[in-house]
Design a protein. Sequence first.
Length: 224
Amino acid sequence: MQVLLVEDNLALAQAIERALRAAGFSVNHVDRGETALVAIRTAHPDILILDLGLPGMDGLEVLRTARNEHFSNPVLILTARDSTRDKVAGLDAGADDYLAKPFEIAELLARLRALERRLGSVKSKNIVIGDVNLDTHSLEVTVAGENVTLSRREYMLLKSLMESANKVQTREMLDSKLYSWGEEVSSNTVEVHIHNLRKKLPVGFIQTVRGVGYVIKKQAGTDV
Ligand code: CA
């Protein structure tokens, strides 16, 4: 799940980024509305967290423009104060949810999980395919009831593949979910993580689609 965070308060942005990464989200941060629009157009984030009070183009204008350009993914707005006018304007401009500052990070994470469910990719707390159970709250993964220990990136990779089961994920798609902009990514990194993940998962669970990417197949009748 790739989140774009638009927030001009750098201390707050860093705190949010840390918390989201720890919770298994990939997050990119920009601090201006103009840059946010470019990022929305080029990177198509799964979820947008948008501060309304920004220097230059403000959050509402970003939101209206993005919605006019058919950006349809969930948007959570951050309002500076618990102002009804801000909230109403934000919701009218196409926001799905709002959070008034100051807020607890735990609440932000809960709202994001709700938006994630609305996206349809994660319908419940657990994603279950065959013997593999991934708990999106505790970040625990079990195989046939046994806990397996995954690195943060292995977890993000497995979650990306499981939430889009039956759809082939290209290396580029997986890269963008695993790494934020500016992070050093070596060219074979997804392959390395897949290699390590496979050792911890049932044989054949992650399938390679030669020259394209990877897929996890979900059989009919499997719990989701
Ligand atoms: Ca602000």
